[in-house]
Design a protein around this ligand. Structure first.
Ligand code: HEM
Length: 166
């Protein structure tokens, strides 16, 4: 098992002094971590649905893509609002560069999801190639945002460290 050591850099030692326990939690369970599964799953599902439409030409997949893209965006906004509250209210989260990297990747992801939904609403046939391209981009940014979000938990102990008050 790895041993926990204090960071070598004096800057990181200063950052590590700040509380990183979640401000938006239910019985100690961070709401953001529970919420992010929905936009991630729906964005990947939208890509799958677009590939099926490309493959079969069945308009059922156009309707399915409209709904999954819309809900990916809506759940992304909801998860993003909770994540933003964590970022702004928790000093140990706010002061970590990794939190801002994650937030930027996540906001890009949400914007792509929004665009992917709106182009379908405006013109359903725009799925090929525009919607499919946005779904591929969305899947890439899901990975980027999720990777950096995971780093906050696994590398920085954000949301899982027990604070002095508990
Ligand atoms: C847009 C604003 C967002 C901000 C400011 C933000 C901020 C945060 C913060 C502070 C954490 C640490 C855990 C916590 O305190 O709850 C986190 C974790 C995480 N975030 Fe975000 N987030 C945002 C949006 C998103 C979105 C849209 C996704 C979906 C791709 C996402 C995916 C993740 C993942 C996967 C984790 C790790 C959760 C775990 O492993 O349990 N975040 N985020």
């Amino acid at each position: 098992m790895s041993k926990t050591t204090s960071p070598a850099s004096p800057v990181m030692r200063k950052v590590a002094e700040k509380d990183v326990s979640s401000a938006m939690a239910i019985a100690g369970h961070p709401i953001h971590a529970m919420a992010v599964h929905f936009p991630i799953a729906l964005a990947i599902a939208t890509l799958g649905v677009d590939v099926f439409y490309w493959w079969t030409g069945d308009p059922f997949w156009l309707r399915a893509g409209l709904w999954s893209a819309g809900f990916a965006f809506a759940f992304g906004v909801a998860a993003g609002l909770v994540g933003t509250a964590e970022l702004l209210f928790v000093p140990g989260i706010r002061s970590r560069a990794a939190s801002w990297t994650h937030a930027i990747a996540a906001m890009m992801f949400i914007s792509i999801c929004g665009m992917n939904w709106v182009v379908r609403l405006a013109e359903p046939s725009s799925v090929l190639p525009l919607g499919l391209g946005l779904s591929v981009l969305g899947a890439i940014f899901t990975g980027l945002a999720g990777w950096h979000g995971g780093k906050l938990i696994l590398h920085h102990g954000v949301g899982i460290m027990v604070s002095d008050q508990e």
